[in-house]
Ligand binder design. Sequence first.
Ligand code: PLP
Length: 371
Amino acid sequence: MVVSLKVPFIDLTAQYPQVKSKIWTALQDIFESQQFVLKKYGAGLEEAVMKDLPAKYAVGLNSGTDALLLSLMAAGIGRGHEVITTPFTFFATAASVVRVGAVPVFVDVEPGTYNIDWRKIEAKITAKTKAIIPVHLFGLMCDMKPILEIAKRHSLIVIEDIAQAYGASYNGHRAGSMGDIACLSFFPTKNLGGAGDGGMVATNSQELYKKIKVLRVHGAKENEKYLHEVVGINSRLDEIQAAVVHAKLPFLDAWNKKRMFHAAVYNEAFIDLPLESPVSPKGHEHIFHLYTLRSKKRDALMHALAENGVGAGIYYPLPLHLQPCFRELGYHKGDLPTAEMLADEVLSLPMYAELTDDQIGFVIESVRNFF
Ligand SMILES: Cc1ncc(COP(=O)(O)O)c(C=O)c1O
């Protein structure tokens, strides 16, 4: 007998009590001091991420989108350049490439991991190629070893988009610690989310670090305030976001472990169903920012789940090479068949650390009843 239970796709109110007192202590301090931008909480978060990732340098920014944009700018990428990335990601990854005047070159993804297929990268490299942006989608790192080898062979910079994968690992290396620079997002629904927009870059390159520090404050020199040798943007991380994210960081590994545990329960429960569960290849720690399965009956399944009060979402319904705004890049339906197949078949189920056994049981029962 199914007991009806609403299961939201994500429920941040279930997380909040764990960090509430720490956040309010910090907020009180911030408001008492009236120090809102680029002060001790921002610096504290940068320190904590440097230690945690690990990386030699980190710069707090306004968003993950700005992290990508400023990484590209700092690497000198712009008009006349090409950047290789995945068509199956959030829009911001490729949009940032277009924003700096460069051309995103889309390489199809693997059907199991949903990540960029490294075997197809080299065929797309030209004299104009300057960088690869591997996106560790849904919490699973890309196969970084061959990607780094290709990048080295062709002198390309590797910008890791770890917006969905902070805390994931690959052969013992944490996401963001393998490429030249890592882009983090603190959007509230991310595994490590703030109370609004926020982001960060982390790198071992002193040169990239110094450039991004200047670029985030309109290109102003650190010690000569109103002198601009380059044109940057305003992308300062505010103290409130920094304090909220910092309060959550010590919990992140435990929260990610819970997501992995929930994913294993889903996987086991769906083993005999005609659907493809998400995979975690050997050597990977998938931190399940999203639990995304594949089904030929995706739309009907989503409808049935909604009828039962189970939140589910499609990430992403249209691959980037087919987005209307990228029409002039010249891609057509059929060019990147795996990404297109995924867009038709993927469905993400409720996933957050605080899901209860009853909630997971209800999601499983709803999926099983559908099939
Ligand atoms: C893969 C990916 N890249 C980049 C971003 C951009 O991050 P933000 O929303 O913080 O600008 C996001 C998040 O939305 C994302 O999921």
